[in-house]
Design a protein around this ligand. Structure first.
Ligand SMILES: Nc1ncnc2c1ncn2[C@@H]1O[C@H](COP(=O)(O)OP(=O)(O)OP(=O)(O)O)[C@@H](O)[C@H]1O
Ligand code: SF4
Ligand SMILES: [Mg+2]
Length: 357
C-alpha cells in the first residue's frame, strides 16, 4: 500500500446555504460557507483547521462526516484495501459503513448529550444503530470504552447530569470512538471546558490517537493548542483554505497576510520575541451572499494592491500534504512576521499540563 496517498483527499469542496426565497418559495440567493477547498489529510496525522468565527470550519467538518451534503466537489476517503470512496457522492445507504469510520466529536459537552439517556445508551448507541453489538456484548464494549477514556464503567447507568464538563466530554469522545473509526473530526473539543481540564482532555485525545491509530482533523480557535498538538495546519478564510504548512513553518514563516494577522493576535510569553504588535483587520468578513472579486481577503488585507488583488484570483493550493502553500499573489515577495516556535514560543510542545494548570 502506498503511504503517500492521503487518508482523506478533498477536492474542490463547496457548500452553500440557501438564504432567500421569493414569493413562490424558490431560493434566490445562496450564502458561501465552504468554497472550492482542496485539502489532504495524511494517515495518522493531526491537521489543525483555524480561522475566525464564521469562516466555515464547522461546515467543512460536517461535510466530511456528511451531516451536510456538499453542493460540489469530492471527498476521497481511502479504504483499508487501498480503494477510494467519494464520501460527497454517496447515498445515505452507501454512507452507512463510513459512519463508523469517520466520526465527529462535538464542541459542547452539555448540549450534545441527551439528558434522558444513560451513559450506556449514549455510548452504546452507535454500536446499536449500526448493528455491531447488542446485549451483554454491547455492555462489555461500553465498559471497555469508558475505561479507555478514564471513566468508571460502574457509572454506565447514570445520566449525564451526574458528570462534570470534562467527564461529559470524555463521554462524547467514548461515543465517537466506540465504533473504531479511522478519522475523527474534533470540532473545538476543549473550547467549552474549564481551562483546568483542557489539558487532560487534549492529552487523552493524543493518547487515544497513538493507541487506536487515529487521524484527526482538529478544528480550533486556539492557536496555542493547535501549535501544541497539530502536525500541520490549514488556515481558512471566508470559506477557502488560504495557507497550509507544517505547524512550525506556518507559525514561524507565514506566507499569507491573513495568517500573519491571526498569529499577531496571540499573546507571546517572551516580549523579546513579539513581532511588531497586533495587526487589527478592518471590518468583518465580507457578505457571504455577495463575495468580493479577486482575492476574497483584499477588502481587509494590509498589503492589498487593488489593481491585482481585487481583480484576479490568487493561485490555488494543491493540497499536497507536505507542501507549504499560500493563496496570495505576493506571498513570495512579502516578508511576513510569525512567532517564535518551541519553548519560548506560544506553547511548550510537550508539557500541555503545565500550560493549562
Ligand atoms: N445550517 C446553516 N444554515 C445557513 N447558514 C449556515 C448554516 N451553518 C453555517 N452557516 C453559515 O456558514 C458560514 C460558516 O459557518 P461555520 O459554522 O461553518 O463557521 P465556523 O468557522 O465553524 O465558525 P465558529 O468558529 O463560530 O464555530 C457562516 O456564515 C454561517 O452563518
Ligand atoms: S492576494 Fe493581495 S489581498 Fe490577497 S492576501 Fe495577497 S496581498 Fe492580500
Ligand atoms: Mg464552528
Amino acid at each position: 500500500m502506498n503511504d503517500d496517498v492521503p487518508l482523506l483527499d478533498i477536492r474542490g469542496l463547496t457548500m452553500r446555504f440557501p438564504v432567500k426565497k421569493n414569493m413562490f418559495g424558490r431560493v434566490t440567493r445562496y450564502a458561501r460557507a465552504v468554497e472550492n477547498v482542496d485539502l489532504a489529510i495524511a494517515r495518522g496525522e493531526t491537521l489543525g483547521l483555524v480561522g475566525e468565527s464564521g469562516c466555515g470550519k464547522t461546515t467543512l467538518g460536517r461535510c466530511i462526516v456528511r451531516t451536510h451534503r456538499p453542493v460540489g466537489g469530492s471527498i476521497f476517503y481511502r479504504n483499508d484495501d487501498g480503494s477510494a470512496a467519494d464520501l460527497a457522492a454517496l447515498t445515505t445507504k452507501q454512507l452507512r459503513p463510513y459512519q463508523r469510520e469517520v466520526r465527529l466529536i462535538f464542541q459542547d459537552p452539555f448540549s450534545s448529550l441527551n439528558p434522558r439517556m444513560t451513559l450506556l445508551q449514549i455510548v452504546g448507541e452507535p454500536l446499536h444503530t449500526q448493528g455491531i453489538a447488542r446485549g451483554s456484548e454491547l455492555e462489555d464494549r461500553v465498559a471497555e470504552m469508558l475505561r479507555r477514556v478514564g471513566l468508571r464503567p460502574e457509572y454506565m447507568r447514570r445520566y449525564p447530569h451526574a458528570f462534570s464538563g470534562g467527564e461529559r466530554q470524555r463521554v462524547n469522545i467514548a461515543r465517537a470512538l466506540i465504533p473504531q473509526p479511522r478519522l475523527v473530526v474534533a470540532d473545538e473539543p476543549v473550547s467549552a471546558l474549564d481551562v483546568s481540564v483542557r489539558a487532560q482532555i487534549l492529552n487523552l485525545l493524543l493518547e487515544l490517537q497513538e493507541e487506536l491509530d487515529l487521524t484527526y482533523l482538529f478544528i480550533s480557535h486556539d492557536l496555542s493548542v493547535v501549535e501544541s498538538i497539530c502536525h500541520r495546519v490549514a488556515v481558512m478564510y471566508f470559506g477557502s483554505i488560504v495557507e497550509t504548512a507544517a505547524t512550525s513553518d506556518l507559525y514561524t514563516q507565514p506566507q499569507h497576510p491573513y495568517t500573519e494577522a491571526l498569529l499577531s493576535a496571540v499573546p507571546q510569553p517572551d516580549p523579546r520575541l513579539r513581532g511588531s504588535g497586533r495587526i487589527r483587520l478592518p471590518d468583518d468578513l465580507p457578505d457571504p451572499t455577495d463575495p468580493p472579486a479577486g482575492c476574497s481577503f483584499h477588502t481587509r488585507c494590509p498589503y492589498a494592491r487593488p489593481d491585482t488583488c481585487a481583480v484576479g484570483d490568487p493561485p490555488g493550493l494543491h493540497a499536497a500534504a507536505q507542501d507549504h502553500e499560500a493563496a496570495c499573489h505576493f506571498s513570495s515577495q512579502l516578508h511576513l512576521t510569525g512567532v517564535a516556535s518551541g519553548p519560548e514560543g506560544l506553547a511548550p510542545q510537550k508539557d500541555l499540563a503545565q500550560q493549562y494548570e
